[in-house]
Design a protein around this ligand. Structure first.
Ligand code: NAD
Length: 362
C-alpha cells in the first residue's frame, strides 16, 4: 500500500491511500479521523450493484452506520436536478453536519458528491472512493467539485477537498475496456506534462492494456504524485494548475457538441490534446516530433487521434465560448514546447482553433 498526503486549502492535509484490495484490510483506517460514525455512500446504479455491498460492509465492520443514496449512471445526470435529489435523500436520512459522505464511483460521482458535500448544511466532510482510472488519477484530488449546466460542463462548482481518498486498484478489474482506455488519456496527459524518464512507462503498451498490476499501480501513483505537486502549488488555478487543462479546451467543446455520453470524456481529451498539439505546431510552439510521439502513444492505447465525423462549426464555437477558462473574448490554451515543458495562458483566436479542427477531421 502507498500513501500520499495532499495539502488542501489553508494548508490542511488529507491522506490518499492507494493499493490493491484496500478494502480487504483495515490497518490503514486508523490513520483517518472520521467526524462521526454515520456515513452515507453516494454511488450510481452500476457501481452500486458491483461494490456498494463491499464498501458498506467494510465500514459496518469498523463500527460505522452506513446508508446509501443511488443516482442513475451517466454524465447526463451530473446536473442540478440530481443534486437536489441527493439533498432530499440526505434530509430523509436525518444527516447532520458531523455526518460524512462517501463518494463511490467514477468522476461523475466524485464531482457531484463533492459538490453536494460542499453545499449541504453549508458543508459536510466527504471521502472519495474513486473506481475509474480517470477518477483515481484526476478527479479524486485537487478539490474541484461540480455539475454541468445545459450550456456547458462544470459551470457550477466549488473548490472543496475531500477529507481522505481511498484508492482500491482492484476496482479497475471490472472497468469496461472503453472506460479503462479513456482513463489512460488523462494518465498520458499528466506524463506529457511531466516529460523525462517517466514517459518511458507509457511504452509498456501490452502490460498497460492487459492491466498488469505492477505497471498499473506505478502509472496511477506517478500520475497522482504529479497532480499533487501541481495542485499544492496552485489549488485555485491562478497559474500553473491550468497546465492540467492541456487538451481540455478543444476536448470539452467536442464533448459538448457530441452530446455528453456519445464521446467519452477521455476520448474527447485525447482528441483535444491532438488538436492543441497540431495548433501548437502551426503556431511554431510545439515541435512536430512531439506531435507525432503524442499521436503514437494515444493510438497505442486505441484512443482517437482523428475525428471520424464533421463538426458543426457554429455549435463548436458556441461551446468553446462557454468554456469558463475563456477570458476577454479569447480562449487561453496550454501548449507543449516539449514533453515536460508546458506553457499556459496562450491567447488564441477562435478561427485558429477552427483550423486545428480541420486538421483533426482529415
Ligand atoms: N474534479 C476534477 O478535477 C475532474 C477531473 C477530470 C474529470 N472530471 C470529471 O469526471 C467525469 C468523468 O469521469 P469518469 O470517466 O470516471 O466517468 P464516469 O464516472 O461516468 O464513469 C464511467 C463509467 O464507468 C462506470 N464505472 C465506474 N467504475 C466502475 C468499475 N470499477 N467497474 C465497472 N464500471 C465502473 C460508471 O458507472 C460509468 O458508467 C466528468 O464529468 C469530468 O468532468 C473531474
Amino acid at each position: 500500500m502507498r500513501k500520499l498526503a495532499v495539502c488542501g486549502e489553508n494548508g490542511k492535509q488529507y491522506p490518499v491511500f492507494l493499493g490493491w484490495d484496500l478494502l480487504e484490510r483495515d490497518d490503514w483506517l486508523e490513520e483517518i479521523k472520521f467526524p462521526s460514525s454515520f456515513g452515507v455512500i453516494v454511488t450510481n446504479s452500476r457501481v452500486g450493484s458491483l461494490y456498494e455491498e463491499r464498501v458498506s460492509s467494510f465500514f459496518s465492520r469498523q463500527g460505522f452506520t452506513i446508508q446509501v443514496v443511488t443516482i442513475p449512471d451517466g454524465e447526463e445526470y451530473k446536473n442540478l436536478s440530481t443534486v437536489e435529489f441527493i439533498y432530499k435523500q440526505l434530509l430523509n436520512l436525518d444527516l447532520d453536519r458531523k455526518s460524512f459522505l462517501l463518494a463511490l464511483g467514477g468522476g461523475v460521482i466524485t464531482d457531484i458528491t463533492g459538490f453536494v458535500a460542499s453545499t449541504f448544511l453549508r458543508g459536510i466532510p466527504y471521502f472519495s472512493i474513486p473506481t475509474t482510472v480517470l477518477a483515481q488519477v484526476d478527479s479524486s484530488i485537487g478539490g474541484k467539485t461540480g455539475v454541468n449546466l445545459p450550456q456547458g460542463k462544470n459551470l457550477v462548482g466549488t473548490f472543496y477537498p475531500p477529507a481522505g481518498v481511498f484508492i482500491d486498484l482492484s476496482f479497475l478489474r471490472t472497468l469496461p475496456p472503453r472506460e479503462y482506455k479513456e482513463g489512460l488519456a488523462e494518465v498520458a496527459k499528466t506524463f506529457f506534462l511531466a516529460g523525462g524518464e517517466i514517459l518511458s512507462l507509457l511504452e509498456k503498451r501490452e502490460q498497460i492494456l492487459s492491466r498488469e498490476e505492477e505497471i498499473l499501480e506505478e502509472l496511477i501513483f506517478q500520475s497522482l504524485s504529479l497532480k499533487k505537486k501541481i495542485v499544492e502549488e496552485d489549488e485555485k488555478e491562478k497559474g500553473i494548475r491550468s497546465i492540467l487543462n492541456y487538451g481540455h479546451t478543444i476536448g470539452h467543446a467536442l464533448e459538448k457538441v457530441e452530446g455528453y455520453g456519445k464521446l467519452r470524456h477521455g476520448e474527447a481529451i485525447a482528441l483535444g490534446m491532438m488538436g492543441e498539439a497540431i495548433l501548437g505546431e502551426k503556431l511554431s510552439i510545439t515541435p512536430s516530433k512531439v506531435v507525432d510521439k503524442q499521436r503514437e502513444i494515444l493510438a497505442n492505447f486505441h484512443l482517437p487521434t482523428q475525428l471520424k465525423f464533421k463538426i458543426e462549426r457554429e455549435e463548436f464555437f458556441a461551446a468553446l465560448r462557454q468554456d469558463k477558462k475563456k477570458e476577454r473574448g479569447k480562449a487561453r490554451l496550454v501548449f507543449l514546447k516539449d514533453f515536460g515543458q508546458p506553457i499556459w495562458g496562450v491567447e488564441v483566436e477562435e478561427e485558429k482553433i477552427g483550423e486545428a479542427l480541420s486538421y483533426l477531421e482529415r
